[in-house]
Design a protein around this ligand. Structure first.
Ligand code: NAD
Length: 408
């Protein structure tokens, strides 16, 4: 038995529930008089946007809007927003949209507070101090960015996406209103929900490090711990029970709410524990295929689980139970986990193989080599991972060789 050890990092407040978006005006007014809203063209054209702007106005707040956030967040867009709104000197920044808009708000808040280039802050713990407070309102249920200490962006100077990770990037307030997700089409609901499930599984199974007192001050992502385990299992349970329904009938507000709560819990888990092999391998796959992050990590997850199985028996048994398996033998429960995850992803339309994502066999060696560059993710994997190990995972994931296939 290991001693209880846990790290928890969260926003100051999380407001969750249908209609909670209407608190935005008063929350923002509590932070100052000038508010910058970062969103995208889609949301800017909705009646919801007009309603939220009216609420901000009624609360006595002056507002500027940047509505040109692009998916996957090219760094040029971040600079464009910073340049356009620097003179406004916002007291708070609202991120309103999917993970790309929330990450935009985080990065703009960082660059307005501390200056410099985005690349000055790539990696962990490079942010020198507090940033402008961010209020995050997600309109997808997946990334968990509303509570995480990371922002992900695409820098044209680099092949792979990059991250800025610091507890200073955790939003001040998260406002999670499931009604904002009602417009998500099936594919987006599935991919975002799959991203959340992958966050939860990779947090629960992350490496367990020695809990020395410096760990939280030297690492943003500390590995598996008691608090992140709890959040991860909450997320897995809710996603197994409600994600297929939310994908099948997007108007089911109960299912939407459960999935949004799960994405939030998974964000709280991975924002401290970190993710691992599936995320390391997705980055080069995303760069090659331009497929969604959530689709890539979810396609990889069952194959990564096969590889990690020798190191994760206990956690896999917990995953199976959380997914509704009533088997009583822990060994059999553990063995069943990759199959449950694969079956859930199959049900919501996630590709079964890397070939299905558009990866060619002659690209596998490059993918394995590039994956190793995400050292933080590679060393967070529960089973020691080298290039040969990654090559084995991608070969299996490309060909569709998994222990879980027999039952499909
Ligand atoms: N910061 C983090 O912790 C974290 C974690 C995981 C992923 N990410 C990043 O988040 C991004 C992905 O975010 P995402 O999956 O939320 O998608 P997204 O923000 O990239 O948006 C994808 C598309 O969905 C549309 N959309 C968003 N909400 C909608 C709604 N309610 N109805 C209809 N359409 C809607 C957007 O307009 C956009 O066209 C990636 O850049 C990824 O790397 C960040």
């Amino acid at each position: 038995m290991t001693d209880l050890f846990g790290i928890m990092r969260t926003p100051r407040a999380v407001l969750f529930g249908n209609g909670q978006r209407h608190a935005l005006g008063r929350v923002a007014a509590g932070l100052g008089q000038r508010v910058l809203v970062c969103t995208d063209e889609r949301f800017a054209g909705t009646p919801e946007m007009s309603g939220l702007l009216a609420a901000l106005g009624s609360a006595g707040v002056r507002v500027q809007v940047f509505d040109r956030t692009q998916p996957d967040l090219p760094v040029e867009g971040v600079y464009e927003c910073v340049a356009a709104h620097r003179a406004f000197q916002p007291d708070a920044i609202v991120g309103l949209g999917g993970g790309s808009c929330l990450d935009m708000a985080k990065l703009v808040s960082l660059l307005l507070a501390h200056g410099g280039e985005a690349s000055d802050y790539y990696g962990e713990y490079k942010v020198p101090g507090p940033t402008i407070p961010v209020i995050a309102l997600p309109t997808t249920s997946g990334t968990g960015s509303e509570v995480t200490p990371v922002a992900v962006l695409a820098d044209s100077a680099r092949d792979l996406k990059v991250g800025v990770s610091s507890p200073h990037l955790i939003p001040h307030t998260a406002i999670c209103d499931p009604e904002l997700t009602l417009t998500c089409p099936k594919g987006l609901t599935a991919i975002a929900g799959a991203d959340a499930l992958t966050h939860a599984i990779e947090s629960l199974t992350a490496v367990r490090r020695s809990p020395d007192p410096d760990i939280s001050q030297t690492r943003v992502f500390v590995g598996k711990n008691a608090f992140s385990d709890q959040q991860a299992l909450i997320a897995i349970r809710a996603l197994a029970a409600h994600l297929p329904r939310a994908v099948e009938d997007g108007s089911d507000l109960h299912a939407r709410g459960q999935v949004m709560a799960a994405a939030l819990a998974a964000g709280l888990a991975f924002g401290v524990a970190g993710t691992a092999a599936a995320h390391a391998i997705q980055y080069p796959i995303g760069a090659l295929t331009h497929t969604a992050h959530g689709a890539g990590v979810a396609t990889l997850m069952p194959y990564v689980m096969d590889f990690n199985a020798p190191a994760c028996a206990d956690d896999y048994a917990d995953i199976s139970q959380a997914m509704g398996d009533t088997e009583t033998d822990r060994g059999r429960l553990a063995a069943n986990a990759p199959r449950h995850v694969y079956a859930l992803f199959a049900k919501i339309g996630i590709p079964a193989t890397l070939a299905g994502l558009g990866v060619r066999a002659d690209q596998l060696d490059w993918i394995a080599a590039q994956s190793m560059l995400s050292a933080r993710l590679v060393t967070n994997n529960p089973r020691p991972l080298d290039q040969a190990g990654i090559a084995a995972i991608v070969a299996a994931a490309h060909a569709g060789h998994g222990t879980f296939h027999a039952s499909r």
